[in-house]
Design a protein around this ligand. Structure first.
Ligand SMILES: Cc1ncc(COP(=O)(O)O)c(C=O)c1O
Length: 367
């Protein structure tokens, strides 16, 4: 029998599928535990915006119809929010869809994408799936991207640079001066993907909002998502802001109806729910304050974060992940990201954070 694997590019056959955080139901089944706390996928612990939920309910009776393929209303609303033309907005089934489409469009064997080691896992997957080469650049000792080294790794065959700011899983950012120096060095054939999935959570005043750097029409793609601050991860909706000619190419290769009608309705309504956004930020800030304080008290080292998760050095990430599972707490082991000593912990509600800390204390005292 012909193996299907032999019919695809070798780097594609060698890929390991993206490993999502363990679902609550699976853990309940496997371990027989209940009231599981999931702090594994950087989701919004408050739940979805109630205003968005109401809009989803209202849109349910129309699901016999295909959605608006071009996301007309949503792209206009996003454009107005950013004071930009709608031609610069591309709405997608999560920002990950844009990453895949960019790789599909701009990479092929012989071409490369440059990004930091320990960056968001999807960049390497999307690059390999398109037959491109992943050029990874070492991270600085302070867990931040080395933008100078990233710029130096670009060559004539580079088409994409992926920068997630803040970075998942370190929660670290690069600052304005680093970004501006980087922009000055990047040649004009390279598309810079500024993946700002955690944009709203950043507290550092020196953070560069990449949307402010689109004026001279260089090829920047800013990615934002409704999965995090708006609490709509399950509906899959995110967007890119970029040059109209790149938007046109993205439309050419997307699925005809890539964003469901429910996702569009939720995102349209969720954008106006400032109260939910504010509460989410308060819960996150309080959670970070509490968790970082507890890690200090317990003598556990962690990477100070600008996002809604914290990278924590627990000595043996896989073991602590397994031990925490048995206590009904799901975090994310980090072997796949090249951090075998660490787990990544998403910030939860007050009670969830407390349960995590007491479970962690129990687990580490037995180690
Ligand atoms: C850096 C980064 N970019 C993008 C995403 C994906 O977002 P979406 O749900 O919009 O596909 C994530 C999700 O965890 C992320 O960490």
């Amino acid at each position: 029998m012909i193996k299907a694997e032999d019919l695809v590019l070798p780097p594609v056959a060698a890929l390991h599928p993206y490993e999502p955080g363990k679902p609550i139901e699976e853990l309940e089944r496997e371990e027989g535990v209940s009231q599981v706390v999931k702090l594994a996928s950087n989701e919004n612990p408050l739940g979805p915006s109630p205003v968005a939920l109401e809009a989803v309910r209202a849109a349910l009776s129309e699901v016999n119809r295909y959605p608006d393929g071009g996301c007309w209303a949503l792209s206009r609303k996003i454009a107005a929010r950013h004071r930009l033309e709608a031609e610069r907005i591309f709405v997608a089934s999560g920002s990950v869809e844009v990453i895949n489409l960019l790789a599909f469009l701009f990479l092929r064997p012989g071409l490369n994408a440059v990004f930091s080691e320990h960056a968001f896992a999807i960049y390497a997957l999307a690059t390999a799936a398109a037959g491109g080469e992943s050029r990874t650049v070492p991270m600085r000792a302070d867990y931040r991207f080395d933008l100078e080294a990233i710029a130096a790794a670009i060559d004539g065959n580079t088409r994409l640079v992926f920068l997630d700011n803040p970075n998942n899983p370190t929660g670290t950012i690069y600052r304005k001066q680093e970004w501006e120096n980087f922009l000055a060095r990047v040649p004009d054939w390279v598309i810079i993907v500024a993946d700002e999935a955690y944009f709203e959570f950043v507290r550092d005043p020196d953070y560069p909002d990449s949307l402010r750097y689109h004026q001279d029409d260089r090829m920047i793609v800013t990615l934002r998502t409704f999965s995090k601050i708006f609490g709509l991860a399950g509906l899959r909706v995110g967007y890119a802001v970029t040059r109209p000619d790149i938007v046109t190419l993205l439309h050419k290769v997307r699925q005809p109806f890539n964003v469901t009608s429910l996702a569009q309705a939720a995102a349209l309504a969720g954008l106006d729910d400032e109260k939910h956004v504010r509460r989410t930020l308060e819960v996150n800030a309080a959670g970070i304050h509490y968790l970082e304080g507890e890690f200090r008290r317990l003598g556990i080292s962690f990477v100070p974060t600008n996002a809604n998760f914290i990278l924590v050095d627990v000595g043996d990430g896989s073991k602590v992940f397994q031990d925490l599972l048995r206590q009904g707490v799901i975090v994310r082991p980090m072997n796949g990201y090249g951090f075998p000593r660490h787990v990544r912990i998403s910030v939860g509600l007050e009670d969830e954070n407390r349960r995590l800390i007491s479970a962690l204390e129990r687990v580490l005292s037995k180690a």
